[in-house]
Design a protein around this ligand. Structure first.
Ligand code: DDH
Length: 290
């Protein structure tokens, strides 16, 4: 198996908590980024885009090799905007040169979700640095124009997801916004773009969505409050099975948090074999350490 984790046995949870804390503190210090949304969403996105390239047929891609740091992967049009996340993390990599790039990108996503008041995400170390030519080819991340059939089949490639997993993962669009310059879509999904919550599901069900052309000429769903949904987001209420799960998460944030924590942890480890006895770390938030 090409993706076997090799955790450094000399490092403890305290060593990684130190890195978590540096990331969390920098998120607080640089809160003006992206119109005062800050770095939380883009750090979650670099963790997800590092992991979402995994292909079960070839065993290639995924977070293991930290190949997002190389130009070939970073310049995938789907990764437009992620250079800001890399630039945020590069000095932290320099400060802690012993952490692998894949471990740092995934740990940053965990820290961002927890600092956004989201659920605890169990996380394991041991990813190794791979060269540029060992990275995935471009074009493996999902198309925002997809319908429910597309979304379901897209996640089939990742090999570990059922309908609940898919809907839970998409709830991450409570964070951040779309940017015309990055994706050709425009606007935030909700009101609290740096707080992790079930707002995405509530908005999907309660806003009055209109199918409109944006300034880049792409169609998206817009609401009177200035929120947006991608076609792929909106597909979750067009499909009966997806919609039932959306309703459940909108009604019960605890269930969403529990499911999200489970599936996000698996997403970050997808395609990697960890030693059988390797227990995940659960980090404290900055607040919990005061
Ligand atoms: Fe996403 N996402 N995403 N997404 N995503 C965008 C932004 C963010 C899709 C398309 C887009 C997930 C799934 C999907 C985040 C997390 C996650 C943007 C806008 C597009 C387009 C980029 C820009 O213009 O800057 C599609 C399609 C899917 C799909 O599943 C079909 C998942 C699974 C996650 C996750 O983290 C679990 C986050 C966070 C952002 C906000 C980034 C930002 O800069 O703000």
């Amino acid at each position: 198996h090409p993706n076997v984790a090799n955790p450094d046995k000399t490092k403890t949870i305290e060593d990684y908590q130190k890195i978590y804390n540096v990331i969390a503190k920098k998120i607080q210090d640089e809160d003006e980024h992206d119109g005062y949304i800050g770095y939380i969403p883009i750090l979650v996105r670099i963790a997800w885009h590092s992991s979402g390239t995994y292909d079960k047929e070839s065993g290639t891609g995924g977070s293991h090799g930290g190949t997002m740091r190389h130009a070939k992967e970073l310049n995938d049009p789907s990764n437009a905007g992620l250079h800001t996340a890399k630039a945020f993390l590069d000095p932290i990599q320099t400060q802690f040169p012993w952490i692998s790039h894949g471990d740092l990108y995934t740990l940053a996503g965990v820290a961002a979700i927890q600092e956004a008041q989201g659920p605890k995400i169990p996380w394991r170390n041991g990813r190794v640095n791979k060269d540029e030519d060992e990275g995935p080819e471009n074009g493996r991340l999902p198309d925002a124009n997809g319908d429910a059939t597309y979304v379901r089949s897209y996640y089939g490639r990742l090999n570990f997801l059922n309908d609940r997993d898919i809907v839970a993962l998409m709830g991450c669009h409570c964070l951040g916004r779309t940017h015309l310059a990055n994706s050709g879509f425009d606007g935030p999904w909700g009101a609290a773009s740096n707080v992790f919550s079930n707002e995405f599901f509530v908005n999907l069900l309660t806003e009055n969505w209109k199918w409109e052309k944006n300034a880049a000429g792409n169609y998206q769903w817009n609401s009177p409050k200035g929120y947006m949904m991608l076609p792929a987001d909106h597909s979750l209420i067009e499909d009966g099975t997806f919609k039932k799960i959306v309703e459940e998460y909108a009604a019960n944030q605890d269930v969403f948090f529990k499911d999200f924590s489970n599936v996000f942890a698996r997403l970050l480890e997808n395609g990697i074999t960890f030693p059988k006895d390797q227990k995940p770390f659960i980090f404290k938030t900055l607040d919990e350490q005061e």
